[in-house]
Design a protein around this ligand. Structure first.
Ligand code: SF4
Ligand code: SF4
Length: 372
């Protein structure tokens, strides 16, 4: 396992982190806890969870594992400023997580799921979440206050330059990096830790797409391995969170991380070119269409639609993906459903890719209906 410095915190963390949102909830607490301890025995020392993950069982599974997990490890959990908008509520929530995790402190506490600057401002307002977290930090219950964000690079830059958080968790992978790189560079440049989530694109880089995604991989490597190697070896990325369900997945990620060789500039150029070819008529996440009178999160919807555009997913697969996207992914906490588009045309006018957004939203609305 390779270890990296997490920003300026003085903590050394494994380049692969345990993302605790993929437990098999048909298994017992004890069986899942065994998987966590196995990952620790393989050198993973960064464990990331959140209230609500895995039918709200993720924090208790970690708690069960930590009862008998040897050695030093780092725990991360989260709370959204939209739900915990006062210092008191924020502190109560941290205490609840401490209790469920059975630990005396949380090493990395995330102001969770910042999708726009208003969320950050809400967390930072006087008497808000950040103030509560600072109080707990002074009491020694939190080591480092960090955040997770789905915002464009320029806004991440504003947050890290504000100097209040010590790290950022971002959705980053080998397919979307050309559009996320500004945020990564800004965070790394400001001395923050950078944690990548969704290294497999929330299912966009699954095993079984070897042919379409062969351009990502070096000789003898699968696209999935390449996707993990890309992040694990990236100097600007501190931890790559991989969602584990089985010990085999832990082994595979650790094996890739062990000898991970960074992609060179020629590799990256090749991938950038192929991604933009493959992603012709796909959303780049530029964010020029954000001003929707119906508050629709258009870039998030269009990036989700990329999976049909780029990989030709079936309707059934797209419906299956919706659950993940609505609960934890691009569409978490959205204000309006796709069916609420009034076809004003403003977004299509603004779209840098000239995408047929209105038609795509109709398809998505049908999938959302299909999901019930
Ligand atoms: S066409 Fe629909 S999605 Fe686009 S800006 Fe108007 S209401 Fe929003
Ligand atoms: S303007 Fe077009 S390409 Fe840019 S985020 Fe919106 S839909 Fe995607």
């Amino acid at each position: 396992m390779q270890y990296k410095e997490y920003g300026k915190t003085g903590k050394r963390v494994s380049c692969i982190g345990f993302g605790a949102m993929r437990f098999d909830t048909s298994k017992s607490l004890a069986e899942n806890a065994e998987l966590v301890r196995y990952a620790c025995s393989m050198g993973i020392n960064y464990f990331d969870t959140a209230p609500g993950y895995c039918a709200d069982q993720s924090e208790p599974i970690f708690g069960e594992a930590f009862k008998s997990m040897p050695g030093e490890f780092h725990v991360s959990t989260k709370a959204m400023p939209t739900s915990f908008d006062t210092a008191r509520k924020a502190k109560d929530q941290v205490r609840r997580s401490l209790d469920r995790l059975g630990v005396s402190k949380i090493h990395f506490y995330h102001i969770w799921c910042l999708r726009k600057m208003e969320h950050y401002e809400l967390a930072m307002r006087p008497g808000g979440q950040y103030e509560g977290l600072l109080e707990l930090q002074a009491e020694g219950l939190i080591d480092h206050i960090v955040c997770s964000s789905h915002m464009p690079g320029a806004e991440i830059k504003r947050i890290v330059e504000d100097g209040k958080v010590e790290g950022v968790l971002l959705g980053l992978n080998i397919l979307n990096f050309p559009y996320r790189w500004d945020g990564v560079k800004a965070a790394h440049g400001a001395g923050c830790g950078v944690v990548a989530m969704n290294p497999l694109g929330g299912g966009a880089i699954p095993p079984g797409h070897e042919k379409e995604l062969a351009f990502l991989a070096a000789d003898g490597e699968t696209p999935t391995e390449a996707a993990i190697r890309f992040l694990a070896a990236c100097p600007e990325v501190t931890v790559t969170l991989v969602g584990f369900t089985t010990p085999r997945q832990v082994d595979a990620a650790c094996r890739v991380a062990e000898g991970a060789r960074p992609f060179n500039e020629a590799d990256l150029d090749r991938i950038r070119r192929r991604v933009s070819e493959n992603m012709n008529a796909a959303c780049t996440g530029c964010g020029y269409c954000l001003d929707c009178p119906q508050n629709l999160p258009i870039p998030s919807y269009m990036q989700y639609y990329n999976e049909k555009q780029v990989f030709g997913r079936s309707d059934a697969e797209m419906i299956r993906q919706l659950d993940f996207q609505h609960n934890w992914g691009l569409l978490a906490g959205r204000k309006a459903g796709a069916a609420e588009c009034i076809e004003c045309g403003q977004c299509e006018e603004a779209c840098t890719q000239r995408l047929p957004i209105i038609e795509r939203l109709k398809e998505i609305a049908a999938w959302e209906n299909g999901r019930g």
